[in-house]
Ligand binder design. Structure first.
Ligand code: ADP
Ligand code: MG
Length: 689
């Protein structure tokens, strides 16, 4: 009931008319609770007096002054009013552009409170940006307090918002419940949610504000950790009988392979096996650089499930990659008796129906595909293992949807994008992490060369030489088609240029997101079969594409790509035993940051180092990166500054879940509530991504 109260639309509040509703909606503020969660981003301290004598260089002045005179300056429409004021320490002028009416409002001799920024200009101390109020006022709205300053949109003013928030706090106070469980308030001497909300919007002192922030930051992390904990609990709470995982099929595959598994691949497989044998479901993330051999690990894991007569699913972010996995799977696993099928959104209804029947009957052992794998009508007979490749491309929701397919399938996630520590502790707090550090033996370090656009002829000559030895090359561009707005090389024009003028003796193909799936597939097959020598592309080839004979990656306008994209693109070569080359062609108009990125690529080939550099370069934008990736939506807490608070909240949540096995019992109401519904203030903390 209380929760519903807070979900009332903001239009219920006085002064919030149609225009204000629209402006608020543009900031995703719809309900009273949304408004209460729209925290000030800074405050103006109008308690502490700062007299005029301090007024220099945009200093903020907060003083009581008397009007001493008026003057007009300028001509015609530019004519403006000057109001002379004086306090105990100095005198100054207020510049009132377009506000000549203030002359009557501010007669000589009147005392006002004034707050504004002042600078010394043209021989006088002046301000054109100020707030004032009659000093005689009984109850001041603007002075003698710490005022909140909010982010605004559209027609909103600070005054509007302050009023609306203040009304909301008054009228809905009774609906604001505490959201933490009681012992935590004792443990940390937290103030109540109602007090905290009052204080964060209208603090009576700095100390008051700090108390409010401390509690709200903790609370936000607590909810976040609870969501994570609940998710992992769902995954782990289901007890199954531990079992021995068969490995006969795995051994058969090992015998077939022309190479040995690396030590890291082996140890990850061992970890996976322990997870699979344990009495709770696996939830493991395997991180390993491009080309470190994660796919093979995934196939091996699938084999042990299939050997038990159960099913596995492998999901990839693009159709191109999914198809390639299906083909690799077929090549490696078919003669071990594994039945593989491929499912994407791009399949006709009849085939789809047939496929889904086979899956439901259990005639398919390994289902490979895109997110089409977990649409609603897809039913498995006995899904025991769900594998997600390039997991950073998927959101939390999709992960959860996949899990809902079987009865507690094991979950194996794979990523070539190392996860920063803060993220590992939050959005992935429920995962165990394995790392593949070593590359398969015999790999040569890819040589990376830089060239300025204008000198590309040399690069093209080098490529021609390599093509003559039977190797293949990628040419990657930032645009699909020519654009009038930006002067960049694009894939389509360059395809024509390279085909007719630069490499007329060779065969070229092209893929980008506008090429239809059949043609894409056809082109990819031809490239794999070495019928094409050059593949012209956009960053669609970034994920997963694996053609060992391709040894050259030319990226034109490399400055246009992010570090992780560049690293992924470079990872398309160097997959066989031949020496591979990466050419980064950059435009002469290079920004500082673009230059740095290209230098990082030149100097490092280690994905972990590159992703650290990426974070550094993007600086505090790291956080925005986190936000953009859709994992977290924090309103007051800040991962980079409040990490210790988050760790504390995590430990508290863990303890709560661990030591309190009765938390779902009816008598444990407080916790039960926390678990059974989302608290009014923290829904959608985890966005879908
Ligand atoms: P990624 O980790 O980027 O997904 P892949 O699984 O695509 O890497 O592996 C890259 C290439 O390395 C593939 O061609 C694969 O067959 C090969 N490979 C995998 N493991 C080994 C190994 N232990 N020794 C040699 N080559 C391997
Ligand atoms: Mg891969």
């Amino acid at each position: 009931m209380f929760i519903r109260e807070l979900k009332q639309p903001v239009s219920r509040l006085k002064g919030i008319g149609e225009a204000a509703v629209k402006s608020l909606a543009s900031m995703e503020i719809y309900s009273v609770s949304d408004l209460l969660l729209h925290y000030p981003f800074r405050y103006e301290d109008r308690k502490k007096p700062v007299p005029l004598v301090y007024g220099r260089n945009d200093a903020v002045i907060n003083t009581k002054a008397v009007i001493t005179g008026h003057e007009f300056f300028g001509w015609g429409s530019k004519k403006a009013l000057k109001v002379f004021i004086q306090d105990d320490t100095d005198s100054a002028v207020l510049l009132c552009f377009g506000r000549s009416f203030l002359k009557d409002k501010l007669p000589v001799g009147k005392e006002i409170n004034i707050f504004g920024t002042f600078q010394f200009k043209f021989g006088e101390l002046q301000s054109s940006s100020f707030d004032f109020e009659d000093a005689e006022l009984e109850e001041s709205a603007l002075f003698g307090k710490i005022l909140p300053v909010y982010h605004l949109a559209g027609s909103l003013t600070q005054k509007n918002l302050r009023k609306a928030v203040s009304q909301a706090l008054r009228e809905y106070a009774i609906s604001i419940n505490d959201e933490l469980n009681i012992p935590l308030y004792k443990k940390y001497h937290f103030i109540s949610k109602e007090t905290a909300l009052n204080a964060v919007h209208f603090p009576s002192s700095e100390e008051d504000l700090q108390k409010a922030r401390t509690m709200l930051i903790y609370e936000e992390f607590f909810h976040l950790q609870l969501v994570i904990g609940r998710r992992s609990l769902k995954q782990h709470s289901f007890e199954r009988t531990s079992r021995i995982i068969p490995t006969a099929l795995q051994s058969k595959l090992r015998e077939k392979l022309p190479f040995e598994l690396t030590a890291d691949q082996d140890s990850v497989l061992q970890e996976i096996r322990i997870d699979m044998e344990s009495s709770s479901a696996m939830c493991r993330l395997v991180q390993g650089d491009v080309g470190s051999g994660k796919t093979l690990v995934a196939f091996m894991a699938a084999l042990s499930v299939i050997e038990q007569g159960r099913q596995a699913a492998l999901m990839a972010p693009t159709e191109l990659l999914a198809r390639q996995h299906a083909e690799n799977g077929a090549r490696l696993l078919s003669d071990l008796g594994v039945r593989i099928a491929f499912l994407t959104g791009n399949i006709n209804a009849e085939n789809r129906k047939h496929l889904l029947e086979e899956l439901k009957e259990g005639h398919i052992d390994l289902m490979v595909g895109t997110h089409a794998l977990f649409t609603e009508d897809v039913e498995y007979k006995d899904l025991a293992l769900a594998i997600v490749d390039e997991q950073h491309r998927f959101g939390v929701k999709q992960r959860v949807a996949l899990l809902s397919k079987g009865s507690h399938p094991d979950l194996l996630l794979m990523t070539a994008t190392p996860i920063p520590r803060t993220l590992a502790l939050t959005a992935f707090g429920d995962l165990d992490v394995s790392t593949i550090k070593t590359m398969p033996a015999g790999r040569k370090v890819i040589e990376t060369h830089l060239a300025r656009i204008g000198n590309e002829q040399k690069v093209y000559d080098f490529v021609r030489n390599e093509l003559a030895k039977g190797r293949q090359a990628y040419f990657v561009y930032p645009l699909i088609q020519q654009s009038e707005k930006i002067d960049l090389k694009d894939a389509e024009s360059m395809f024509n240029h390279l085909e007719s003028e630069i490499f007329p003796e060779y065969k070229l193909g092209m893929i980008h997101s506008k090429v239809d799936e059949d043609l894409k597939e056809h082109t990819m097959k031809a490239f794999i079969a070495k019928e094409l020598n050059i593949l012209v592309a956009t960053s669609v080839v970034e994920v997963g594409v694996d053609v060992a004979n391709a040894t050259i990656m030319v990226i034109e306008h490399a400055e246009r790509f992010g570090l992780s994209a560049l690293h992924q693109l470079r990872g398309r070569v160097g997959r066989g035993t031949e020496q591979s080359y990466n050419f980064l062609l950059y435009s002469p108009e290079l920004t500082e940051e673009g230059k740095k990125r290209i230098m990082v690529m030149k100097e490092s080939s280690d994905g972990f180092v590159i992703s650290e550099e990426d974070l550094k370069l993007r600086g505090p934008g790291e956080l925005t990166g986190v936000r953009q990736s859709g994992f977290l939506r924090l309103r007051i807490a800040d991962l980079s500054h409040n990490l210790d608070v988050m760790l504390q909240a995590r430990d508290d949540v863990r303890e709560l879940l661990g030591t309190d096995p009765g938390f779902l019992q009816p008598e444990n109401r407080n916790l039960r509530e926390l678990f059974s519904k989302t608290p009014p203030f923290s829904d959608d903390l985890l966005a879908s991504g």
